[in-house]
Design a protein around this ligand. Sequence first.
Ligand SMILES: NC(=O)c1ccc[n+]([C@@H]2O[C@H](COP(=O)([O-])OP(=O)(O)OC[C@H]3O[C@@H](n4cnc5c(N)ncnc54)[C@H](OP(=O)(O)O)[C@@H]3O)[C@@H](O)[C@H]2O)c1
Length: 273
Amino acid sequence: MTTISTRHALITGGACGIGKLVARRMAAMGAEVTLWDLDAAALDATVAELQASGGRAHGHVCDVSDREAVADVAARVLEEAGPVDILMNNAGVVSGAYLLDLSDEQIERTFKVNVMSMYWTTRAFLPAMIERRCGHIVTVASAAGLIGTRKETDYAASKFAAVGFNESLRMELRLLAPGVKTTVFCPYYIDTGMFAGVRTRFPLLLPILKQDKAADRIVRAVQMNRAQVLMPWMVRTLPAMRLLPVPAFDALADFFGVNACMDDFVGRGAPDA
Ligand SMILES: NC(=O)c1ccc[n+]([C@@H]2O[C@H](COP(=O)([O-])OP(=O)(O)OC[C@H]3O[C@@H](n4cnc5c(N)ncnc54)[C@H](OP(=O)(O)O)[C@@H]3O)[C@@H](O)[C@H]2O)c1
């Protein structure tokens, strides 16, 4: 069991959405929280909110897709706030378009933010975790890291990469530093606004998840050293469904409405997202 109260947690994309909610919970438990985000105004507001509730919080504007920026800001964090105990690789973007409608820039951005950033942040903070033989790295992937759907050729591929990154890292850490734990988070859609417009055919089986519930599960997973969180429970059946022949697997995905989910996607482009 990991005690959060005495830890220093760094959350990328921590100014809003899931990152912010996890930050709230960890700060309320007594952890020192460092947030990175692109949006300075949202970051300042979140840090001010956490401090006003008695939390220890810092914020840094950092584009996690920029390798040099990550190295610079990470060095500042290590100097000013000390080693990071819990690293939550959470920053993410989605395009939500068919392959041929994506711009080259959108495809590159998805991979830089959702995949490459994890290399830069983890390589910055892991050495101190290994040295101290403790720490926790949370990879915020997605159910899209376990199943591809229409309008997600870039996003799903990036999340499959995130799942692979986490698994290989876990194997390395079992050998090099068993005290450093990992958690991969693979949720279905969550009501943060990132995926505004998505629909689900069977809300009881595949609900659009509540962001508070998702944040609770992440914090609990860190406390309990859980290696993976797949939610809702239907997502856990995916590996078994993959034993089916591909046409049957595809038909089942269609039946559950998984491929139609993104048809009305607007994402952060929505007026209220
Ligand atoms: N929402 C869902 O349905 C869902 C489902 C499965 C997995 N996830 C994953 O969960 C994570 C959090 O998503 P969310 O729903 O909380 O979305 P969100 O509310 O949009 O939060 C994402 C955060 O990442 C930040 N960010 C984006 N690009 C960045 C960059 N280059 N450098 C630093 N920060 C950057 C955003 O900042 P700005 O606002 O300034 O751009 C934002 O604060 C993502 O990795 C996402 O893929 C989400």
